[in-house]
Design a protein around this ligand. Structure first.
Ligand SMILES: Cc1cc2nc3c(=O)[nH]c(=O)nc-3n(C[C@H](O)[C@H](O)[C@H](O)COP(=O)(O)O)c2cc1C
Length: 183
């Protein structure tokens, strides 16, 4: 079976982010033949059309997205919607000619937040995916509570049930990617 490259994008910039912890759990639970690199958004500036010569940080992340077969979004919920760092890199990527980095790309979405498990922000992200022609996996959904003991103080996912759910999502994303983009 062909190998697959996933790229992970986390909307939280803080060091002990539980959403980045979900991506580390995804890395730990990948199916055979699948890799997952997580991008660094800490030095990516706000999208500005005046920056015609893109900053190196933007070029670096866009190259990672372009090289990936699928995107894994870790989507925090800020005020019932997506965190700005996540929307910002999507906006940067969407301005490439013909939306070439995102159009037709498979994706999956996971998130850690308050009691609703980031469901509201994830559904906003799904709406954005419609316009960008990104194809998010429907199931399994990963809605996790960041404040109920499933993560340690460093943001690592310690809950075995959620670890399995995240691993199941990675297997489903591999299947989905091979279905959409046969090679
Ligand atoms: C500006 C801001 C707004 C927030 N709004 C929400 C919200 O609407 N719903 C929610 O579940 N959590 C909300 N939270 C709490 C975040 O879900 C929580 O900080 C979460 O741990 C962030 O993910 P992280 O651990 O990856 O940084 C908010 C946090 C911030 C900083």
């Amino acid at each position: 079976m062909s190998s697959l490259k996933f790229v992970g994008i986390c909307g939280s910039l803080r060091r002990q982010s539980t959403n980045r912890g979900l991506l580390r759990a995804a890395q730990a639970g990948l199916p055979a033949g699948v890799s997952l690199d997580v991008v660094d958004l800490s030095d990516v500036p706000f999208y500005n059309a005046d920056l015609a010569d893109k900053p190196d940080s933007v070029k670096r992340v866009l190259a990672q997205i372009g090289a990936a077969d699928a995107v894994v979004f870790a989507c925090p919920e800020y005020n019932y919607s997506m965190a700005p760092a996540l929307k910002n890199i999507i906006d940067w990527a969407s301005r490439e000619p013909d939306n070439a980095l995102l159009a037709g790309k498979p994706a999956s979405i996971m998130g850690a937040g308050g009691g609703m498990g980031t469901s509201r922000s994830q559904y906003h992200l799904r709406q954005v995916c419609v316009f960008l022609d990104v194809h998010p996996l429907n199931k399994p959904e990963v809605f996790s509570n960041a404040f109920a003991g499933a993560f340690d103080a460093d943001g690592n996912l310690t809950d075995a049930h959620l670890q399995k759910l995240v691993a199941d999502q990675m297997q489903a994303l591999a299947n989905w990617t091979r279905l959409l983009r046969p090679r």
